[in-house]
Design a protein around this ligand. Sequence first.
Ligand SMILES: C[S@@+](CC[C@H](N)C(=O)[O-])C[C@H]1O[C@@H](n2cnc3c(N)ncnc32)[C@H](O)[C@@H]1O
Length: 215
Amino acid sequence: MTQSFIQIESPNYIRAENLAMPADWESIFGNGNPLALEIGCGIGDFIVKTAADSPGTNYIAIDFYNKGCYKTCRRIDSGGLSNVRVLREEARQFITERIPKGSLSAVFINCPDPWPKKKHRKRRLVSRRFVEFLNGYLAPGADFYFATDFDDYGIDVAGMMSGVEGFANQLAPDLYRHEMEAYHLSKYMRKFMAEGKKIYFVHYRKAGTMHEIKA
Ligand SMILES: C[S@@+](CC[C@H](N)C(=O)[O-])C[C@H]1O[C@@H](n2cnc3c(N)ncnc32)[C@H](O)[C@@H]1O
Protein backbone atom coordinates (compact mmCIF):
# COMPACT_ATOMS: atom_id res chain seq x y z
CA MET A 1 0.00 0.00 0.00
CA THR A 2 1.43 3.41 -0.90
CA GLN A 3 1.04 6.31 1.51
CA SER A 4 -0.58 9.44 0.17
CA PHE A 5 1.69 12.44 -0.17
CA ILE A 6 0.81 15.35 2.13
CA GLN A 7 1.24 18.90 0.87
CA ILE A 8 2.97 20.88 3.61
CA GLU A 9 1.84 24.49 3.78
CA SER A 10 3.69 25.54 6.95
CA PRO A 11 5.68 28.80 6.83
CA ASN A 12 8.48 26.84 8.51
CA TYR A 13 8.70 24.29 5.70
CA ILE A 14 11.23 25.02 2.97
CA ARG A 15 11.65 23.44 -0.42
CA ALA A 16 15.36 23.05 -1.03
CA GLU A 17 15.00 23.88 -4.71
CA ASN A 18 14.07 27.43 -3.65
CA LEU A 19 17.38 27.88 -1.85
CA ALA A 20 20.75 29.06 -3.08
CA MET A 21 23.71 26.68 -3.14
CA PRO A 22 24.76 26.97 -0.38
CA ALA A 23 21.74 28.57 1.26
CA ASP A 24 21.86 31.91 3.05
CA TRP A 25 20.60 30.72 6.45
CA GLU A 26 21.20 34.09 8.07
CA SER A 27 18.62 35.70 5.81
CA ILE A 28 16.24 32.72 6.09
CA PHE A 29 16.17 32.98 9.89
CA GLY A 30 16.57 36.76 9.94
CA ASN A 31 19.54 36.61 12.31
CA GLY A 32 23.09 35.30 12.54
CA ASN A 33 22.52 32.91 15.45
CA PRO A 34 24.41 29.58 15.52
CA LEU A 35 23.05 27.01 13.08
CA ALA A 36 22.33 23.41 14.13
CA LEU A 37 21.09 20.46 12.08
CA GLU A 38 19.02 17.43 13.00
CA ILE A 39 19.27 14.59 10.48
CA GLY A 40 16.23 12.30 10.40
CA CYS A 41 13.92 14.35 12.61
CA GLY A 42 11.04 11.85 12.33
CA ILE A 43 7.91 13.50 13.71
CA GLY A 44 9.84 16.23 15.50
CA ASP A 45 9.69 15.33 19.21
CA PHE A 46 13.35 16.04 19.76
CA ILE A 47 13.77 19.18 17.68
CA VAL A 48 10.65 20.93 19.00
CA LYS A 49 11.77 20.56 22.63
CA THR A 50 15.41 21.30 21.88
CA ALA A 51 14.57 24.43 19.87
CA ALA A 52 12.17 25.65 22.55
CA ASP A 53 15.00 25.33 25.11
CA SER A 54 17.44 27.30 22.94
CA PRO A 55 15.77 30.20 21.16
CA GLY A 56 19.22 31.66 20.49
CA THR A 57 20.09 28.83 18.08
CA ASN A 58 18.62 28.27 14.62
CA TYR A 59 17.68 24.66 13.87
CA ILE A 60 17.32 22.91 10.52
CA ALA A 61 15.41 19.62 10.74
CA ILE A 62 15.56 17.29 7.76
CA ASP A 63 13.99 13.96 6.94
CA PHE A 64 13.06 12.34 3.67
CA TYR A 65 9.81 11.12 5.28
CA ASN A 66 6.99 13.38 4.06
CA LYS A 67 4.55 12.64 6.89
CA GLY A 68 7.32 13.16 9.46
CA CYS A 69 8.09 16.59 8.01
CA TYR A 70 4.39 17.42 8.06
CA LYS A 71 4.01 16.43 11.73
CA THR A 72 7.21 18.23 12.69
CA CYS A 73 5.93 21.42 11.03
CA ARG A 74 2.57 21.14 12.80
CA ARG A 75 4.35 20.98 16.14
CA ILE A 76 6.65 23.88 15.34
CA ASP A 77 3.72 25.99 14.16
CA SER A 78 1.51 25.20 17.14
CA GLY A 79 4.43 25.80 19.51
CA GLY A 80 5.02 29.22 17.91
CA LEU A 81 8.72 28.45 17.36
CA SER A 82 10.54 30.83 15.03
CA ASN A 83 13.96 29.12 15.16
CA VAL A 84 13.27 25.87 13.25
CA ARG A 85 12.97 25.17 9.52
CA VAL A 86 12.05 21.78 8.11
CA LEU A 87 13.05 20.28 4.77
CA ARG A 88 12.22 16.95 3.15
CA GLU A 89 15.73 16.09 2.09
CA GLU A 90 18.33 13.35 2.01
CA ALA A 91 21.15 14.19 4.41
CA ARG A 92 24.25 13.86 2.23
CA GLN A 93 22.78 15.66 -0.75
CA PHE A 94 21.25 18.41 1.37
CA ILE A 95 24.44 19.11 3.31
CA THR A 96 26.57 19.13 0.17
CA GLU A 97 24.26 21.49 -1.68
CA ARG A 98 22.79 23.78 0.97
CA ILE A 99 25.06 24.00 4.00
CA PRO A 100 27.97 26.44 3.91
CA LYS A 101 31.31 24.84 4.79
CA GLY A 102 32.30 25.29 8.44
CA SER A 103 28.92 26.69 9.48
CA LEU A 104 27.19 24.14 11.72
CA SER A 105 27.43 24.54 15.49
CA ALA A 106 25.83 21.15 16.17
CA VAL A 107 24.55 18.03 14.43
CA PHE A 108 22.06 15.64 16.01
CA ILE A 109 21.39 12.14 14.71
CA ASN A 110 18.85 10.25 16.79
CA CYS A 111 17.99 6.60 16.16
CA PRO A 112 19.03 6.45 12.51
CA ASP A 113 17.86 3.37 10.63
CA PRO A 114 20.02 0.55 12.08
CA TRP A 115 20.09 -1.76 9.04
CA PRO A 116 20.40 -4.78 11.35
CA LYS A 117 21.27 -7.40 8.72
CA LYS A 118 25.04 -7.78 8.34
CA LYS A 119 24.85 -7.55 4.56
CA HIS A 120 23.01 -4.19 4.86
CA ARG A 121 25.37 -2.53 7.35
CA LYS A 122 27.05 -0.49 4.63
CA ARG A 123 23.74 1.36 4.21
CA ARG A 124 24.04 2.87 7.69
CA LEU A 125 24.20 6.64 7.61
CA VAL A 126 26.90 7.14 10.22
CA SER A 127 30.33 5.79 9.38
CA ARG A 128 33.85 7.17 9.53
CA ARG A 129 33.47 8.34 5.95
CA PHE A 130 30.26 10.19 6.77
CA VAL A 131 31.80 11.90 9.81
CA GLU A 132 34.83 12.97 7.76
CA PHE A 133 32.44 14.38 5.16
CA LEU A 134 30.36 16.12 7.86
CA ASN A 135 33.48 17.56 9.46
CA GLY A 136 33.93 19.94 6.56
CA TYR A 137 30.57 21.55 7.38
CA LEU A 138 31.12 21.81 11.14
CA ALA A 139 32.30 25.02 12.76
CA PRO A 140 35.20 24.92 15.23
CA GLY A 141 33.82 23.75 18.58
CA ALA A 142 30.74 22.14 16.98
CA ASP A 143 28.96 19.31 18.77
CA PHE A 144 28.25 15.93 17.21
CA TYR A 145 25.49 13.96 18.91
CA PHE A 146 24.48 10.43 17.99
CA ALA A 147 21.96 8.15 19.70
CA THR A 148 20.80 4.63 18.88
CA ASP A 149 19.16 1.69 20.60
CA PHE A 150 21.10 -0.72 18.43
CA ASP A 151 24.02 -2.17 20.44
CA ASP A 152 26.54 -2.69 17.70
CA TYR A 153 25.72 0.61 15.96
CA GLY A 154 26.23 2.50 19.25
CA ILE A 155 29.46 0.72 20.12
CA ASP A 156 30.80 1.06 16.55
CA VAL A 157 30.12 4.80 16.29
CA ALA A 158 31.45 5.53 19.79
CA GLY A 159 34.67 3.64 19.01
CA MET A 160 35.00 5.02 15.50
CA MET A 161 34.63 8.64 16.72
CA SER A 162 37.45 8.19 19.22
CA GLY A 163 39.75 7.61 16.23
CA VAL A 164 38.64 10.60 14.16
CA GLU A 165 41.25 13.31 14.34
CA GLY A 166 40.14 16.68 15.70
CA PHE A 167 37.22 15.48 17.83
CA ALA A 168 37.15 15.21 21.63
CA ASN A 169 34.87 12.86 23.52
CA GLN A 170 32.55 14.85 25.80
CA LEU A 171 31.53 11.81 27.85
CA ALA A 172 35.05 10.69 28.87
CA PRO A 173 36.06 8.41 30.44
CA ASP A 174 33.01 6.66 28.89
CA LEU A 175 32.82 6.27 25.13
CA TYR A 176 29.03 6.31 25.37
CA ARG A 177 26.39 6.57 28.06
CA HIS A 178 22.93 5.14 28.42
CA GLU A 179 21.56 8.36 29.89
CA MET A 180 22.31 11.92 28.94
CA GLU A 181 20.87 14.58 31.16
CA ALA A 182 19.23 17.54 29.41
CA TYR A 183 19.14 15.71 26.07
CA HIS A 184 15.52 15.37 24.97
CA LEU A 185 14.14 11.96 24.10
CA SER A 186 12.84 11.30 20.60
CA LYS A 187 9.83 9.17 19.71
CA TYR A 188 12.03 6.19 18.86
CA MET A 189 14.13 6.53 21.99
CA ARG A 190 10.98 6.40 24.11
CA LYS A 191 9.63 3.45 22.13
CA PHE A 192 12.84 1.46 22.52
CA MET A 193 13.17 2.33 26.20
CA ALA A 194 9.60 1.11 26.76
CA GLU A 195 10.72 -2.21 25.24
CA GLY A 196 13.50 -2.37 27.86
CA LYS A 197 16.29 -1.47 25.44
CA LYS A 198 19.18 0.81 26.33
CA ILE A 199 19.99 3.91 24.29
CA TYR A 200 23.62 4.55 23.38
CA PHE A 201 24.36 8.27 23.53
CA VAL A 202 27.57 9.54 21.90
CA HIS A 203 28.79 13.15 22.15
CA TYR A 204 31.95 14.49 20.53
CA ARG A 205 33.12 18.05 19.98
CA LYS A 206 35.23 19.38 17.15
CA ALA A 207 38.39 21.18 18.24
CA GLY A 208 38.36 24.97 18.32
CA THR A 209 36.00 27.58 19.67
CA MET A 210 32.79 28.92 18.19
CA HIS A 211 33.94 32.49 17.74
CA GLU A 212 36.39 31.24 15.09
CA ILE A 213 33.34 30.83 12.81
CA LYS A 214 33.24 34.53 12.02
CA ALA A 215 36.99 35.19 12.27
C1 LIG B 1 14.15 5.30 12.94
S1 LIG B 1 13.61 6.87 12.44
C2 LIG B 1 14.02 7.91 13.83
C3 LIG B 1 13.27 9.21 13.83
C4 LIG B 1 13.62 10.16 14.96
N1 LIG B 1 14.98 10.64 14.87
C5 LIG B 1 13.41 9.52 16.30
O1 LIG B 1 14.41 9.17 16.96
O2 LIG B 1 12.24 9.37 16.72
C6 LIG B 1 14.87 7.34 11.26
C7 LIG B 1 14.45 8.54 10.44
O3 LIG B 1 15.57 8.97 9.67
C8 LIG B 1 15.13 9.27 8.36
N2 LIG B 1 16.30 9.10 7.50
C9 LIG B 1 17.04 7.98 7.35
N3 LIG B 1 18.07 8.19 6.52
C10 LIG B 1 18.00 9.49 6.14
C11 LIG B 1 18.78 10.29 5.28
N4 LIG B 1 19.84 9.79 4.64
N5 LIG B 1 18.42 11.58 5.11
C12 LIG B 1 17.32 12.08 5.73
N6 LIG B 1 16.54 11.36 6.57
C13 LIG B 1 16.87 10.07 6.76
C14 LIG B 1 13.98 8.30 8.10
O4 LIG B 1 13.10 8.78 7.11
C15 LIG B 1 13.32 8.23 9.48
O5 LIG B 1 12.30 9.19 9.62
